[in-house]
Design a protein around this ligand. Structure first.
Ligand code: ADP
Length: 547
């Protein structure tokens, strides 16, 4: 027997319609490439998104067509999310920090028909336009009086002029909620990048899950500033979450330095933010140097790579800001787990609470997880058994775009598919998951695993260390041993032995790095994460002392 409730498809357009109708005067504020601060409301945003959708329809964009963006976080990017997705086409957000050749490859692989870009990225567009014959128009997201000219780009269109050619009477269509809405390519550390193709259903369910109090916990009382870019897994869903709950949105545009972000936090009374750890290093350094405080900021989601415990402590103890440590991946839309305290933890002493908050956290309803050994057998949730982390859920990929890489899933005895995350983790009896490493970054010494994340976190807690990374280097007896690579803070002295002494008593003796190498900078990937592949190349000829 079937239930007798309405079949209303879960479509992302309904999120913006809800915001326009029920939070119509709530603001969306953007720092623009033009140099000013732009502000309007969800009502304005929805109206412009509809005009844009009509304009795109008139220019031939149909259901399932891909429209790409190379853009910062801003209101026009938000309008594209909803116009393109809402009309049944697919918004393909591209990371502009990738190499132009890789961007061209992605554009062609995705079959993008149009590409909208912030004019910061004009040089990239000029470089890739001749390589991407399938792109019919290149849409500059800028006021018409600032429209660039270029003889290298065939069809260069202005975003505002395009939008004006659409009618505000256009109506959002209803269609199958399983239709594709967004396309994001993984960073492609091994081989070519692969596309995760989100559906309306998966995106709406993810937004619901993300908004839950023990997940991101957003509400209409919040002012949300996503520092995490809209080209990094949809800014972790925040452009959907904020209108869903009716929170004010603040977009930082191209200025992601500590001073600019801090200024927006204060002037717009931001309560909530999100970004990768490297972003907050810059912000905290700025705030410390100025002796400033956060007047309204209450909490920030930090994820994408392990958040150093020292950062969680600094935010809480020095600035009264709660860090919500989160874990996820492109293939998971991206949210999987978040570390929040539960009722049973409230009476624990602060150090024990801190230990829980340092973990990658508890799943949100909608995601299931398990850890398995090499034979695929499920391991105990005892907080110490280490295994490959597998997940399943309605916002986890089933396969990659165009079937790239074949069937990625592993099947259990019931024939249910699980997605292998490539992470190695423990799960404690209360269901809190902790990542020790990516499987390819794990250091195997004498048959036992050493966590590079733990060693990095300890190094970063040293006051003279600005950034640190640990990689495994070959050792004839132990197979691999950890090498600590460190960037010192400007103007401070620090020796190898001082740093190694700092580890004593904090980790098992055999975990101690065998050597320390000081460098000027550590290579970061397109999403601000440490590029271990590059580091391993850089240190390919390195030999441990005494070998
Ligand atoms: P992107 O950053 O583009 O989403 P991926 O999807 O490749 O790139 O990144 C997902 C991976 O990032 C995870 O599998 C995990 O290894 C790592 N990661 C994400 N969040 C965390 C976290 N909080 N702690 C440790 N590792 C994390």
């Amino acid at each position: 027997m079937q239930g007798l409730m309405m079949e209303m498809p879960l479509l992302i357009s309904s999120i913006l319609q809800h915001a326009a109708r029920h939070h119509g005067d709530t603001e969306v504020v953007s720092r623009r490439i033009e140099g000013d601060i732009h502000r309007y409301t969800y009502l304005d945003c929805e109206r412009r998104a509809r005009r844009l959708a009509d304009a795109l329809t008139k220019s031939g964009v149909a259901m399932g067509d891909r429209v790409a963006t190379l853009a910062w976080n801003g209101y026009r990017h938000m309008e594209l999310y909803y116009a393109v997705g809402g009309m049944g086409a697919v918004i393909h957000t591209i990371n502009p920090r990738l190499h132009p050749e890789q961007i061209a490859w992605i554009v062609n692989h995705a079959g993008d028909r149009h590409l909208a870009f912030d004019i910061t990225f004009l040089p990239i567009v000029e470089a890739i336009a001749p390589l991407c014959p399938g792109v019919e128009s290149w849409i500059a997201m800028i006021d018409p009086d600032r429209q660039p000219v270029s003889d290298k780009i065939g069809s260069l269109v202005n975003f505002e002029r395009l939008l004006k050619s659409g009618s505000p009477d256009w109506v959002w269509p209803e269609f199958d909620e399983r239709s594709a809405v967004g396309l994001c390519y993984t960073s492609g550390t091994t081989g070519n990048p692969k596309g995760a193709l989100y559906s309306h259903r998966s995106s709406v369910l993810h937004a619901f899950g993300a908004a839950l109090p023990d997940a991101m916990g957003a509400s209409a009382r919040d002012v949300i500033l996503p520092v995490v870019p809209m080209f990094h897994v949809n800014a972790w869903g925040l452009p959907y979450v904020a209108p869903l709950v009716g929170a004010k949105l603040v977009f930082p545009g191209a200025q992601l330095d500590g001073a600019s972000i801090y200024e927006l936090f204060e002037t717009e009374k931001v309560t909530y933010s999100a970004g990768v750890p490297t972003v907050w290093l810059g912000l905290l350094a700025h705030v410390k140097q100025k002796g400033a405080r956060f007047s309204t900021l209450e909490r920030t989601v930090i994820g994408g790579s392990a958040c150093p415990p020292a950062m969680i402590r600094t935010f809480r103890d020095d600035y009264g800001v709660d860090v919500i440590h989160a874990w996820g991946m492109t293939e998971m839309s991206p949210l999987g787990t978040l570390a929040r305290l539960q009722n049973r933890h409230l009476d624990l002493p602060p150090e024990q609470q801190q230990k829980i908050l340092e973990k990658q956290g508890h799943v949100i309803f909608g995601v299931d997880m398990k850890i398995v050994n090499d034979e695929g057998e499920a391991l105990a949730w005892d907080g110490s058994s280490l295994g490959d982390l597998l997940v399943r859920g309605p916002w986890v990929v089933r396969e990659y775009f165009k079937g790239e890489g074949g069937d990625p899933l592993r099947y259990d005895a019931q024939g249910r598919g699980w997605f292998p995350t490539g992470d190695v983790a423990t799960i404690d009896p209360q269901g809190y998951m902790q990542i020790t490493d990516r499987s390819k970054d794990v250091i195997k010494s004498g048959g036992e695993w050493i966590s590079s994340i733990d060693l990095e976190n300890l190094a970063i807690a040293h006051p003279a260390v600005a950034n640190a990374a640990v990689i495994g280097v070959p050792h004839p007896k132990w197979d691999e041993r950890p090498l600590l690579i460190v960037v010192k803070r400007a103007g401070v002295e620090l020796t190898r032995d001082e740093l190694l002494k700092f580890y004593e008593g904090k980790v098992a003796k055999w975990w101690l790095p065998d050597d320390v190498q000081f460098v000027d900078s550590i290579p970061l990937g397109a999403t601000g994460k440490i590029l271990k592949t590059r580091l391993r190349e850089q240190f390919a000829d390195y030999r441990l002392p005494g070998l």
